[in-house]
Design a binder for this molecule. Sequence first.
Ligand code: AMP
Ligand code: TRP
Length: 326
Amino acid sequence: MKRVFSGVQPTGNLHIGNYLGALKQFVTLQDDAECIYCVVDMHSITVPQDPKLLKDHIKDIAALYMAVGIDPKKAIIFVQSDVPGHAELNWILTCNAYTGELSRMTQFKQKAQGRESAPAGLFCYPVLMAADILLYDTDIVPVGNDQKQHIELTRDLAIRINNKYGETFVVPEGRFVKSGARVMALDDPTSKMSKSAPNEMSRISLLDEPSKIKKAIMRATTDSEGVIRYDIENKPGVSNLLSIYSAFSGKTVEELEAQYQGQGYGNLKKDLVEVTVNALAPIQERFKEIRYSDELVNVLKDGAERANAIAEPVMKRVKERFGLGL
Ligand code: AMP
Ligand code: TRP
């Protein structure tokens, strides 16, 4: 059985882009692989966090994992900082990563913008991510396209160390979702839907109220042609609405084009509101049941123990190869 590892940062609520682009895949994979899903809290402190809010966000993401259908009986759900191996392996990998390759990471360049005061943790972010993955002898890492460069670095580090110290790590592969799963911002369909965009109406969060969902969709940017057709180049707004509709309803884009032939954008949007609200309702209901329950705490404790049981022998092997300790 293949082993799968992925992580999501506990920074705010997840949106439908995270869900359609990543979490939905996490759920499908749990039936065919040994899956480990992590709330990567140590990654989130590469930028300043309010400690109290962070604690809440960790539980939010863990509860959302379960609410979307990740089953803790099948998959391991845990919090990164509960397993010490992540920080330990991070250091060993840091000593084997080149400052040159880290300074070429586009995410680092975007976030640091050349500032002298950029935290060193931001620079080392991809190394910690590599540690997350290599700590579990991971075969497959399901992530969005934006993480491609980080997966390449992880593979490079694993191969480099294997060559230098003998077989130490499993070399993982990224599993990237198809471009159709890239959900764009509602107010600007040329940029990705994102947690951090200042305009709340640019995204639909998994926990949004129906009234907010309605407002965001009815205001979504379209075009003046008035024809409902998928054409990402010339009609990015309408195409994005069709993709979201298709993903939530299970109808193909072609079926939707036929269904809405001769109709205006208003009808499409009105129906999309209903489809989205109905798709999110069971997730929101389950979230409410779990979020403040003992069940959540127990799942995370149990998850950390199971994760640690896999990580410890890997750490032992790594330390042995490097000649660390007694
Ligand atoms: P992030 O919110 O950047 O921590 O991303 C969590 C996961 O969701 C990653 O696998 C991302 O690639 C994926 N993701 C983030 N935004 C989108 C989007 N707009 N469309 C599709 N997938 C996304
Ligand atoms: N960097 C990832 C993101 O922003 C989150 C992440 C951290 C991750 N560690 C990971 C994803 C390990 C997959 C595997 O989306």
